[in-house]
Design a protein around this ligand. Structure first.
Ligand SMILES: *[C@@H]1O[C@H](CO)[C@@H](O)[C@H](O)[C@H]1NC(C)=O
Ligand SMILES: *[C@@H]1O[C@H](CO)[C@@H](O)[C@H](O)[C@H]1NC(C)=O
Ligand SMILES: *[C@@H]1O[C@H](CO)[C@@H](O)[C@H](O)[C@H]1NC(C)=O
Ligand SMILES: *[C@@H]1O[C@H](CO)[C@@H](O)[C@H](O)[C@H]1NC(C)=O
Ligand SMILES: *[C@@H]1O[C@H](CO)[C@@H](O)[C@H](O)[C@H]1NC(C)=O
Ligand SMILES: *[C@@H]1O[C@H](CO)[C@@H](O)[C@H](O)[C@H]1NC(C)=O
Ligand SMILES: *[C@@H]1O[C@H](CO)[C@@H](O)[C@H](O)[C@H]1NC(C)=O
Length: 392
């Protein structure tokens, strides 16, 4: 054995000792999640072909979404039991606290998770009593300056212009929808998604909206994805025209572009409330419940990932950047001398969603370590807790 290899092995052994999972105890957990499967928006204007009937109102959690979220709750419960994290029996509010955005699908997602994780316990799902979204999960622009507006519009226009990935989605969708026969062609003159122009609407306090082909493609592709997850027969999704993983990868590029163009661009500005909430939670962790579950949206995950400065990752076995039912799991581990932060992205794979089978410790959901570049994160994903909170 060469000296170099021996030396590397020594280091590995030392590191394994320090961070051997059975030598670290899980002390606190914060789960920041996205809701599960929802019913699509109104679609009839985008194709004159018959659309499959949707069994519920746009935006509501579907029954299968509740079921799959319940499986997530059961899985987390198994994992936490394995880590001897919670006492036996029903948890009180000082131990487990659940908070959801004040729309139906986030509340129902939290409910489904909680009812399965803590069977028969009636753990309360807290929501702010507001009309419309909770300010914590809201995504309107905060920065009131003209300079900011100019920067953002420039950036968005740059990302939209001559975007070959969007063009590929639009061409495919022209064919799938037969858009030249649609109402949106007859009434709005959008008869070819690759040719029509988008209009950007930017208003302080409101989300950035991109109307035109961008919005149409986003609404339609999102519907196909939700129907796929919801178990709809393949021949009923997109009139049977999306059957291969390659085709799915092509069209779901729209969901990745939507995140990048409309949200990552403004993440630092819009993330302020949720980042403040998390920062306070982490800094005062000793007074916080052992387990917190927050349920928001894909944009909540986007804002937190970007505003905290997590390294961007290509998720294995998924086409979505922030998969439905996905969760950032902030974990505080201790060896009784020092504490460490570890963050994992836990999410269902594309085929786990379609398959709809239960998760278990033996067949878990996907887990990917998320890394903060500014924290001294080791190869197992642990960064010293004090380092983390002092730099927040
Ligand atoms: C476990 O952690 C303690 C305290 O940090 C350390 O002294 C000990 O060597 C560790 N044991 C193993 C098996 O890694
Ligand atoms: C849970 O709530 C239901 C309905 O509010 C009630 O009937 C039941 O007794 C409660 N169970 C527990 C364990 O508190
Ligand atoms: C608003 O945006 C401008 C221009 O990018 C920036 O200089 C300023 O710091 C921002 N204000 C706040 C409160 O973030
Ligand atoms: C669009 O992009 C392609 C390749 O990325 C380039 O060849 C072409 O000149 C660009 N067209 C415009 C109008 O910028
Ligand atoms: C889109 O915008 C370009 C440049 O502003 C313009 O030349 C073109 O006619 C517009 N296309 C449509 C369909 O309105
Ligand atoms: C840390 O303390 C807990 C509780 O006192 C104990 O169960 C555990 O074994 C300790 N861990 C180490 C690595 O010393
Ligand atoms: C799909 O479901 C079957 C039966 O429940 C299971 O055996 C299989 O492992 C699942 N596949 C995936 C990719 O989850």
């Amino acid at each position: 054995m060469s000296g170099k290899v021996f030396f590397l092995m020594l280091i590995l052994i030392v590191l394994c000792k320090t961070f051997s999972a059975n030598n670290l105890t899980l002390k606190q957990v914060l789960i920041l999640g996205r809701h599960n499967i929802k019913y699509p928006e109104e679609l009839h204007r985008y194709s004159s072909k018959p659309w499959p009937p949707q069994a519920g109102a746009p935006g509501l959690l579907t029954p299968r979404g509740a079921q799959l979220e319940g499986y997530m709750g059961e899985y987390f419960s198994e994992w936490l039991k394995k880590e001897h994290f919670l006492p036996e029996g029903c948890p009180d509010e000082a131990t487990v606290y659940v908070y959801a955005n004040s729309v139906s699908r986030t509340k129902e997602t939290a409910r489904a998770f909680t009812d399965s994780a803590f069977k028969g316990c009636n753990v309360t799902v807290h929501q702010k009593d507001t009309i419309g979204p909770d300010p914590l999960f809201k995504y309107g622009i905060f920065n009131t300056t003209e300079a900011y507006k100019e920067n953002i519009l420039k950036e968005i226009n740059k990302k939209l212009r001559n975007n070959s990935k969007l063009m590929a989605v639009y061409s495919e969708l022209n064919k799938i929808l037969e858009i030249e026969d649609s109402q949106v062609c007859k009434q709005d003159g959008i008869c070819d998604l690759t040719q029509a122009n988008d209009t950007i609407s930017y208003e302080v306090g409101k989300p950035v909206v991109i109307n035109g082909p961008f919005a149409i493609a986003h609404i339609v592709i999102n519907a196909f994805v939700m129907n796929y997850y919801d178990g709809m027969p393949i021949q009923d999704i997109a009139w049977g025209q999306i059957t291969t993983p390659e085709k799915w990868e092509l069209v779901t590029e729209m969901t990745r572009q939507n995140q990048d163009i409309r949200y990552t661009t403004v993440a630092e500005d819009k993330a302020a409330p949720i980042v403040q909430y998390l920062t306070k939670t982490f800094k005062e962790y000793d007074e916080m419940p052992k387990l917190m579950l927050l349920v928001g949206h894909d944009i909540t995950l986007n804002f937190v990932e970007n505003a905290f400065g997590f390294k961007s990752i290509d998720l294995p076995n998924q086409f979505e950047k922030y998969p439905i039912g996905g969760k950032f799991v902030f974990q505080r581990w201790t060896n009784n001398e020092s504490d460490y932060l570890k963050v994992e992205f836990v999410y269902p794979s594309w085929s786990q969603m379609r398959n709809g089978s239960k998760y278990s410790l033996e067949s878990p959901p996907q887990k990917v370590v998320m890394r903060l570049n500014w924290c001294n994160t080791d190869e197992y994903g642990f960064c010293p807790w004090n380092d983390f909170v002092s730099k927040l």
